[in-house]
Design a protein around this ligand. Structure first.
Ligand code: UDP
Ligand code: MG
Length: 344
C-alpha cells in the first residue's frame, strides 16, 4: 500500500476509515503530526491519555511521523506497543505539517469526530473535553480552539500574524479565517469527509477548514509556549505559508497587475501631456534623462512584480496538473484492541 488515497480523489477511495466495519471503529480519533518531536512525544501521550479516557468514548490516537530525523519513530512504535489505541502512520520522508496532517486525517477511523492537535503541547490536550462538549452540546460540526493570548512568542511574530489575518480577511472573499486559530480543533465525521475531498497539493489547512464551512463554534484557551524541542517555523517558512494562504484562496493579486498597469498608464499620459505643454511653451533645453530613467525603472519594477505574481500561480497550476499523490506512506499500523468487539 503506497498512496493512501488516489490524488484528487473524487471517488470514495478505500481509505482506512471505510475499510473497517463501523463497530470496529472508535468514536473519536486524535490526529497528531510530528516532526522531530522526541523530547515531547512521551510527555504528550502521557497527558493525552487521561484526558481522552475521561471523555468516556472509544478513541484512538493517530501519530504521523513526518520523516523525523531523530528518535520520533521508535518512540511512536514504543507507544503503540504499549497502547493498542495508538495508530502509527510513517511517511516516506518529510512532507511538511499540512500534508502530514492530511495523512493523519486520511487514516483516522473515527465514526463521530476527529481532533487535530500539535505534538509539542502548545495545544493543551486538556482543552479537548471542552471541544467535545461544545461539539456535542451545541450540535455544531466544528469546534475550533481560539487562542486567548500568545505566550512565549515575540511581538514581531504576533504583529506579523495579526497583519496576515487582516490581509486574509480583506481579500479572502466569502471564505473567512477566524483569527488566532490554528489547526487545533474538533471536526465531525461529515466535516472531515468534506475536508478530505479537497485533494489539492498546495494545502493551506486553515483555509481549507474555512472553505469547508459547516456550523462551527470557537472555544477559547490559552496557548502555552512549546514544552520542549524547537519550532519548525522560521520567518521565511511563515512568509511562504502566507503566500500559500493567499494564492490558494484568492486570485486577487492577479488583479494587481491590471490596476497597477491602469494607474501607471493614467499617470504616464498625464505626465506626457505635461511634457508636451512644457516643450511647447518653454522649449526643451535639456533632454529629460532623469524622468526617462525614473519611468523606465518604475515600469520595469511593476512588470517584474506582476510577472512574479503570475509565476506564483503558474507554479501552483503546474504542481496540481502533475496529479501526484499528496504523500507516500512507508508504514501504517492501525490502532487495535478495545475496538475489536467481535459479534460472533
Ligand atoms: N510538524 C510536522 N512536519 C513538519 C513541521 C512540523 O509534522 O515539517 C508538526 C510538529 O511536529 C508539530 C506541529 O507540526 O506537532 C506544529 O509544528 P511547530 O510546533 O513547529 O509549529 P508552531 O507551533 O511553531 O506553529
Ligand atoms: Mg508549536
Amino acid at each position: 500500500q503506497l498512496a493512501a488515497r488516489p490524488p484528487l480523489a473524487a471517488s470514495p477511495g478505500l481509505t482506512p476509515a471505510t475499510l473497517r466495519p463501523a463497530e470496529a471503529r472508535p468514536a473519536l480519533s486524535v490526529v497528531v503530526p510530528a516532526y522531530n518531536e522526541q523530547e515531547v512525544l512521551p510527555a504528550f501521550h502521557a497527558r493525552l491519555t487521561p484526558v481522552m479516557e475521561a471523555i468516556g468514548l472509544p478513541w484512538e490516537v493517530v501519530y504521523v511521523n513526518d520523516g523525523s530525523r531523530d528518535r520520533t519513530l521508535p518512540i511512536m512504535e514504543g507507544l503503540r506497543a504499549a497502547d493498542p489505541r495508538v495508530a502509527l502512520v510513517n511517511l516516506s520522508r518529510n512532507f511538511g505539517k499540512e500534508i502530514a496532517l492530511t495523512a493523519g486525517l486520511d487514516h483516522a477511523t473515527a465514526t463521530e469526530a476527529v481532533i487535530v492537535i500539535d505534538a509539542d503541547l502548545q495545544d493543551p490536550p486538556e482543552v479537548i473535553p471542552d471541544l467535545v462538549a461544545a461539539w456535542r452540546g451545541q450540535g455544531v460540526d466544528i469546534a475550533y480552539a481560539q487562542r486567548r493570548v500568545r505566550e512565549g512568542e515575540t511581538w514581531v511574530k504576533k504583529a506579523t500574524a495579526s497583519a496576515f489575518y487582516r490581509v486574509m480577511q480583506r481579500i479572502g472573499g466569502k471564505v473567512k479565517l477566524p483569527p488566532n486559530t490554528g489547526d487545533f480543533r474538533l471536526m465531525s465525521r461529515r466535516a472531515l469527509d468534506a475536508l478530505l475531498s479537497l485533494r489539492e497539493q498546495h494545502r493551506f489547512m486553515k483555509g481549507l477548514f474555512a472553505w469547508v464551512g459547516f456550523p462551527s463554534v470557537a472555544v477559547l484557551y490559552d496557548r502555552a509556549p512549546r514544552a520542549a524541542g524547537e519550532t519548525k517555523w522560521n520567518y521565511w517558512k511563515l512568509w511562504n505559508l502566507s503566500l500559500e494562504g493567499i494564492t490558494s484562496f484568492t486570485v486577487a493579486p492577479l488583479k494587481v497587475a491590471t490596476y497597477l498597469g491602469l494607474a501607471t498608464a493614467v499617470f504616464a499620459s498625464g505626465y506626457g501631456l505635461l511634457i508636451i505643454l512644457r516643450t511647447m511653451i518653454w522649449g526643451n533645453p535639456v533632454a529629460g534623462y532623469p524622468s526617462l530613467m525614473a519611468v523606465v525603472l518604475f515600469l520595469g519594477g511593476v512588470q517584474l512584480m506582476t510577472l512574479g505574481i503570475i509565476g506564483e500561480y503558474l507554479g501552483r497550476i503546474f504542481n496540481e496538473t502533475k496529479g501526484r499523490p499528496l504523500y507516500l506512506v512507508e508504514r501504517h499500523l492501525p490502532s487495535e484492541a478495545p475496538l475489536q468487539r467481535h459479534t460472533t
